[in-house]
Ligand binder design. Structure first.
Ligand SMILES: [Zn+2]
Length: 275
């Protein structure tokens, strides 16, 4: 049977050939009438390449398929999400802050880190937070073949099941990167693909103030906020800034009347027809 895998990389490869062919045609003055067909072919190829790349990497883009980056709602609800953990001591510190303010969050965990710290994953779940799959080795899924993508997702689900007894139904691809095959693998497993609408680049440790300002200034009803309690599979960088920023973000948004919910809950607030 014909099994066509639509990958970003193969599409970009094909477009590169089209661009090169266009440039050669233009250079050799083939097909110059009525317009410079070769040059326009090259321009078209480059434009299509940029469009497809943006479709794979922009969190809110839905050209390749449905993803959830925010929810259109009139209710003052936001969802905090933490990626790349579990990672001691920062995951515990984030959990302590969330507990202090009675705020639920969603943790997109890395399988390898789950395997190392199952007790932390179990604490996340027992304190009422939601878990999502963030792949086993935090790899760029655009560069992985279907079998590797399947392994990354399934082994992480198994690690989560081993830690808490249930499989997650949310996934966030590393960096948010996806293409048709990535989305197909997720759909086959009934995993909803969750991106984000508010990002502070907290993983670069730009300072607590910066993380708080970048986050709070962009938040609106239905925002999904991206933060990091972990540091990939390297688990080297400090997440102390994120811990402190989390506290201040929660304080500020609570004072503005926002309610914090899990990703599952925020998706139920969706007021458009696509929900
Ligand atoms: Zn990540």
């Amino acid at each position: 049977m014909f099994d066509i895998n639509i990958r970003l990389i193969s599409m970009l490869g094909l477009l590169t050939i089209i661009v090169l062919a266009g440039l050669i045609l233009d250079y050799r003055n083939v097909a110059t009438k009525p317009i410079r067909t070769g040059m326009w072919l090259a321009v078209l190829g480059i434009t299509a390449g940029i469009f497809l790349t943006l479709s794979a990497v922009l969190p809110e883009n839905e050209f390749f398929g449905r993803v959830f980056s925010q929810v259109r709602t009139t209710q003052k609800v936001v969802a905090l999400t933490f990626d790349d953990g579990p990672y001691p001591p920062y995951t515990e510190q984030v959990l302590d802050v969330l507990k202090e303010f009675h705020v639920p969050a969603t943790f997109f965990v890395i399988g390898e880190n789950v395997k190392k710290h199952p007790e932390l994953v179990s604490r996340i779940a027992s304190e009422g937070h939601q878990l999502g799959n963030h792949t086993y080795h935090h790899i760029d899924l655009l560069k992985a073949d279907r079998k590797v993508i399947v392994d990354e997702i399934d082994s992480t689900n198994q690690a989560i099941i081993a830690a808490v007894g249930t499989a997650p139904h949310l996934v966030r691809p590393p960096h948010g990167f996806r293409d048709p095959v990535v989305l197909e693998v997720m759909a086959e497993r009934s995993l909803k693909v969750v991106e984000w609408s508010v990002m502070s680049r907290d993983w670069t440790n730009p300072g607590v103030e910066v993380i708080v300002d970048r986050t709070v200034s962009k938040v609106k009803n239905g925002s999904i906020i991206l933060l990091h309690d972990g540091d990939g599979i390297a688990s080297q960088a400090s997440r102390a800034q994120t811990v402190e920023a989390t506290r201040r973000i929660i304080q500020t948004l609570l004072a503005q009347g926002y309610k914090f919910v899990t990703v599952d809950e925020i998706l139920t607030k969706m007021e458009d027809s696509k929900g």
